[in-house]
Design a binder for this molecule. Structure first.
Ligand SMILES: *Cc1c(COP(=O)(O)O)cnc(C)c1O
Length: 469
């Protein structure tokens, strides 16, 4: 299996190189040169596997020999061992044709653990073979930082530095990061906004000398390995609901388009996925795109589903690559147009083709609270705001009676407890293992919004650069 860039100007790489590279040098995202198509006998054989067993089977063709099969199996087994639910990703029926799949039973209570727990172990495995270390630097406004920290803590080949805006993340979110006191984890509170954190991160990646010295790596959602690990739960749910003999749909609360794109890959592998429904909050750039064919940037508005407060859905470029006939030059031109003018459009026929699979719905905060309340009353399910958007979108957009739709529940309700309490009158409880989160000691360094100061801090501590030697 080789991976090519969506912008057509970077050399093809193997899986392990793509894992370490993150973004392609031409600015594109890596995608498989051909998605493996699975035959009927194999689907049948996969139906009886446990979640970790299925994860290994689904990932194997994408890893394409870059790691031995036994190692992939061991990584999958370990990645999900710490999950709170024996099924890892339990399915619950909440209406005649409607199911939810709970993806929040991992260490940080959001679906990002599903892939990040695999990613951290893949890094360790590939780097140890090469006798190399990396320094992961990330910026977070919430869920990604804690998932990355939990995935990288105590890993021999990885140091992780996470920037968050000082006093601008919720207390639960901050404590999920700062109470991890492993020696390879560094929490940095920047005196500034989330955008300042992202600008610092971009500047560090643009500084080639610094990047090489610390061997900088990325764990954001453009990393192909995260998409790959997310394909697994689409296969898991579809097989359990009767695929490949029976069609199924998915509804996905969407921000960066990484989660739902994994569903698109599962369809390309041969699963009868009839529809993929995009749920958004007021940051509705994708809903507008699927309505009009025009991708048009506007201001980001803060909502009660903050993990989807995004204007540019970076993984959308992977779908665009297919929409434009896998023509890297066309993607490059389109993305340049988008960067310069904040807008691009696709042809009517291209839009029609994508609409055969995708539909979308956007809910504002009032509608989201109403959805949380309505589902609680009708089904007894306490949904977090992101998950509620997925369920509401599923109800509104489900295409064919009798075809089950699975709405992905992406966060535990306690992670967004205040919004849930406002909507239902019920304050959801944190799982027992996090019950003392508010009492645990924190470790965090507050730094000014200054590139040199942050770089010096990283250089002095990153083992890849000889820090802490
Ligand atoms: C990250 C996140 C999303 C959005 O997922 P994308 O892959 O960015 O589309 C949705 N819900 C929750 C709870 C998240 O943390």
């Amino acid at each position: 299996m080789r991976y090519i860039s969506t912008r057509g100007e970077a050399p093809a790489l193997s899986f392990d190189d793509v894992l370490l590279a993150g973004l392609a040098p031409d600015g594109g995202l890596y995608v498989p040169d051909a998605v493996p198509v699975i035959d009927g006998k194999t689907w049948d054989a996969w139906r009886g596997l446990s979640y970790p067993g299925l994860a290994a089977a689904v990932m194997r063709p994408f890893v394409g020999g870059a790691l031995p099969d036994a190692e992939i199996a061991a990584i999958a087994a370990e990645a999900y061992r710490g999950f709170d639910h024996r099924a890892v990703a339990p399915l619950k029926q909440i209406d005649t044709d409607l199911w939810i799949m709970e993806l929040f039973h991992g260490p940080t209570l959001a679906f990002k653990d599903m892939a990040m727990q695999v990613l951290g172990r893949l890094f360790d495995s590939v780097l140890t073979k090469r006798s190399r270390r990396v320094t992961i630097v990330g910026a977070t406004s919430g869920d990604t930082g804690s998932a990355a920290i939990e995935a990288c803590r105590d890993r021999e080949a990885v140091d992780v530095f996470i920037l968050h805006p000082h006093e601008r993340v919720s207390e639960v979110q901050r404590r999920q990061m700062t109470t991890v006191t492993s020696s390879n984890v560094f929490n940095i509170a920047i005196k500034g906004t989330f955008d300042d954190c992202q600008d610092l991160l971009k500047a560090m990646f643009a500084d080639v000398a610094f990047r090489d010295r610390v061997s900088l790596g990325a764990v954001n959602s453009i990393n192909w390995a995260r998409v790959m690990a997310q394909v697994v739960y689409y296969v898991w749910a579809a097989l359990r609901l009767g695929a490949p003999d029976r069609a199924v749909g998915f509804s996905v609360p969407t921000g960066n388009f990484g989660n739902i794109f994994a569903g698109y890959v599962a369809k390309a592998m041969g699963l009868p996925i009839e529809q993929l429904i995009v749920g958004s909050n007021r940051n509705d750039i994708l809903t507008r795109f699927f309505a009009s064919g025009a991708m048009e940037m506007t201001e980001v508005v803060p909502t009660i589903s903050p993990s989807m407060d995004i204007q540019i859905s970076s993984n959308f470029e992977r779908l665009l690559f297919d929409m434009l006939g896998r023509d890297g030059a066309a993607v490059r031109a389109t993305m340049n147009r988008f960067r310069q003018s904040g807008r691009f459009e696709v042809a009517e026929m291209v839009l029609a083709r994508s609409r055969a699979t995708f539909s979308a719905l956007s809910l504002d905060d009032d509608a989201t609270r109403a959805a949380i309340r309505a589902e609680y009353r009708a089904t007894g399910e306490v949904l977090d705001p992101h998950s509620a958007i997925g369920v509401a979108a599923a109800r509104a957009r489900a295409k064919t009676p009798g075809v089950p739709v699975v709405a992905l529940a992406t966060a535990h309700p306690a992670k967004f407890g205040q919004a849930v309490a406002e909507a239902t009158g019920v304050t959801p409880k944190l799982p027992a293992r996090l019950a003392d989160l508010m009492e645990r000691p924190e470790r965090v360094t507050i730094l000014p919004n200054d590139l040199k100061t942050v770089q010096d801090y990283v250089l002095a501590r990153a083992r890849a650069a000889g820090g802490r030697a």
